[in-house]
Design a protein around this ligand. Sequence first.
Ligand code: ZN
Length: 389
Amino acid sequence: MTEPPPSSGPDAPHLPGVRGHQGAQIALMRALGRGQLHHALVLVGPRGVGKATFARGLACALLCPRAPARGCGACSTCHRVLAGNHPDVDWLVPDGKAGTISVDNARACHVRQAHAPYEGPAYVVVVDPADALGEGAGNALLKTIEEPRPGIHFLLLTTNLQGVLPTILSRALPVRLGRLEDEIVAEILRERAGDVPQERRDMASLLAEGSAGVALELASDPTLERCMELLRQALAAVQQGPRAIFSGDHAPLWTAWSAAVGTGEAEPAPEPAEPLPPPEPAAPGKKPRATPKPKKTEADAKPGKPKDAPGLQRAAVRRLTELWILHLREQIRGRQGLSGLPPGAPASPAQRVATIAALQQLEARVERMGNVRLTLEQTLLDLTRPAAT
Ligand SMILES: [Zn+2]
């Protein structure tokens, strides 16, 4: 799976399966090599940048008999760690009420560690996510984290340090995992979503801003294309002026709107549009687990309502503004904008920044306003005045 890495250069040593995060990888491998790896690490970073993958790679480094302190990625130990079935690696994931880690599971883990490791030189507990550790479950683990036995390691994953219990955080060492480089995200998309058209993968990669997990979700999101069409029509309408905005439901703009909010006739009924970020992170290669029920959208909450309920409309506006802002940012950087979109009327960077501000306001306003479509109309109308796009 991984080749024996040379000591320096672009192919510097890396943990099995881990891409990017070079600084953190090298620092931790060095600490491990010196036998000084902190026994409780909090891997903190945005959703989808590969925290779980990093934890698996680090567990390989702790357990691999062939390449100690690094992990070979190829031996039976590494294979089992990467596949999620090594007896010396336990994953504590939400299994209790409201997406929390149950006290029972945390206690079971505390009991197991008293007899661990079972096979190798270490026993690794991955808590994913660490924010799912409530008071009770946290207390069950606290003693182990406070006075760890030799060879016991905790890897706590989180997007947000403030979500971690202070008692645990104070005994752990935070390791920051930042956003991935675009090339790495593109590479992961190519490998794992190779059947998705290139144009769509490019867009997903741009939108995900360094998160491979988000990029993979976007690449397979059916609402993305509909919202792109809505953006295409919104850009055209803004250029054509008020008439294109107020010429009725059969105008191209509102046909695209109906499709994007799930009432379009030409399109098959889509899944309810989920706002970003969706409830459960899906880091690349993350081992399957019992996922909590998807968060209810407003439309789900009212089964009798038509599909263009405000929840779906808000989700469509959010996605529209997100794509539009990305398009403008690309143009501000001197690029063409998102592929497949018209460049629009020439505009200065300042005008584009003003449009971004108007779109951000729109995003905030639709959360408060009852009539989402009217709010969108008003913003589009405002945007017809300056040569904003
Ligand atoms: Zn190995």
